[in-house]
Design a protein around this ligand. Structure first.
Ligand code: SIN
Length: 485
């Protein structure tokens, strides 16, 4: 049992229309701690009827919410932010228990998630329209920005808090209502967030959380419902493509934050210590389970040996274990399937000529743990070069010229993040502009922030989360043409 300062933050029911309910089916399912394999609690399992109820209530609730002043919405969001920060220790414990990341990292995620609420609380007041010079002297043209309608948010298990707030906060700020379907492995953080939103005074129905074991059924209810006007999804490219197809029938607007295959490019003029520091931060954050984790290390041949040695030395310092234990810097993976998938990529690479210079095996700590791993002599023909690893494995590939590095970096359908380490300013501009990614870290391994636009190009998705652009996905522009003036 989790020892929380406020035990009421551990919820075991669905949150629909401002009420805690058991759901239509009356079924429950277990939530398991990936670090220990033990059950944290049983949770009510929602279905399509619960989802439809939440959508109808959302539609009702937003009629009033959208008419309120932006200043009023700002105050509620700021109160929600304040309550999250007051309860950061409990929220981090819940997150660590259901997801596995170390407690310090879990706290970092709560802060990161809360920052989106604070940011969009402010942005609510800046949803400006335009006055457009008309071609006719007797006309006045203007635009107003209006909430898009009920929003559905389907969120992943790797960031059970922040991936919710960065969708819900701009939606609420814009005047929308949201129905969230969190990942079934990590719903407790979502429910705790809903409890705090309720305490902050968010009117009933504006935020509902439908948790359930049947993700396909709930997802279909969200994508099929005509009242849902917008779907925001973070998750795999495969599921994203399916959801886009499902949304086509009702022509919903979609934002997709999908898989990545981030290249991490180290040129011979880079500060190698800085590059190694960035590599550790980018690769092993959340045990390698982020869409922006470095997936392929492209290192110029003249510094390949030196970079690899330094990288191995620093990687060895990672302490793997239960995230709830002091000093642990890398937790378990989300489940045993994840460990097996990652090991299959490593085995395939080895079979095709890669060299395992560190790790490369499941850990003795249990079936959900995988050792931090470094592979050298990796080639573009290997699966590990082409697939998103989503685990603590770093494949290193040598290159000779800038042109070759760019070709390797862009040789993927994914286009989320990339990283480039060089001291040459002309190259920084040239290379960054030619990378096919939505985000480029330059001499920097951690790029996420509520003030910056997060999102990808190519098959990594569309739309941007965070920053001044993040609210656009929840808004429709209406053009007013006034004649007879
Ligand atoms: C993700 O992995 O989807 C998000 C990572 C981040 O926000 O930094």
């Amino acid at each position: 049992m989790l020892s929380l300062n406020d035990p009421l933050l551990l919820k075991t029911q669905l949150f629909i229309n401002g009420e805690w309910v058991n759901g239509d089916s009356g079924n429950t399912f277990p939530i398991v701690n990936p670090a220990t394999g033990t059950e944290i609690c049983k949770l009510a399992s929602g279905n399509k009827n619960d989802t439809n109820t939440a959508i109808k209530c959302a539609q009702n609730a937003m009629q009033k919410w959208r008419q309120l002043t932006a200043k009023y919405r700002t105050q509620i969001l700021k109160q929600w932010h304040a309550l999250i920060m007051e309860n950061i220790d409990d929220l981090a414990l819940i997150l660590c228990a259901e997801q596995g990341k170390p407690l310090a990292e879990a706290k970092g995620e709560i802060q990161y998630g809360a920052a989106y609420i604070e940011w969009f609380a402010e942005e609510a007041k800046r949803i400006y329209g335009d006055i457009i010079p008309s071609n006719n002297a007797n006309q006045r043209l203007l635009t107003v920005k209006q909430p898009i309608g009920v929003v559905a948010a389907i969120t992943p298990w790797n960031f059970p808090n922040a991936m919710i707030t960065r969708k819900v906060a701009p939606a609420l700020a814009a005047g929308c209502a949201v129905v969230v379907k969190p990942a079934e492995a990590t719903p407790l953080s979502a429910l705790a967030l809903a409890e705090l939103a309720d305490r902050a005074g968010l009117p009933k129905g504006l935020l509902s959380i439908v948790v359930g074991v049947d993700a396909i059924e709930i997802g279909k209810a969200l994508t099929d419902h005509p009242l849902v006007r917008k779907l925001s999804f973070t998750g795999s490219t495969k599921v994203g493509k399916l959801l886009i197809k499902q949304c086509a029938d009702t022509v919903k607007k979609t934002s997709m934050e999908l898989g990545g295959n981030a290249p991490f490019i180290v040129f011979e003029d880079a500060d190698l210590d800085q590059a190694v520091q960035g590599a550790i931060a980018s690769k092993f954050r959340n045990a390698g389970q982020t869409c922006v984790c470095a997936n392929r290390f492209l290192v110029q041949r003249s510094v390949y040996q030196e970079f690899t040695e330094k990288f191995i030395e620093q990687t060895k310092k990672l302490i793997v274990g239960n995230g709830n234990t002091e000093n642990v810097t890398m937790g378990p993976l989300i489940n045993t399937d994840a460990v097996q998938n990652i090991h299959a990529l490593v085995t395939d690479a080895e079979r095709n000529g890669a060299t395992k210079v560190l790790g490369g095996a499941a850990s003795e700590l249990g079936s959900n743990y995988y050792l931090p791993t470094i592979l050298t002599n990796v080639t573009p023909q290997m699966r590990i070069f082409n697939e998103e690893i989503f685990g603590p494995v770093a494949p290193i590939i040598p290159f000779d010229t800038e042109e070759q590095a760019l070709e390797l970096a862009n040789a993927t359908e994914a286009g989320l993040a990339s990283y480039v380490y060089t001291q040459n300013y002309a190259r920084i501009w040239r290379f960054s502009e030619n990378l096919e990614n939505g985000i480029v870290g330059i001499n920097e391994g951690i790029i996420s922030s509520e003030v910056a636009p997060f999102g990808g190009v190519k098959e990594s998705g569309n739309g941007r989360e965070g920053s001044k652009y993040g609210i656009d996905d929840y808004i429709e522009i209406k053009y007013l043409c006034m004649g007879g003036i």
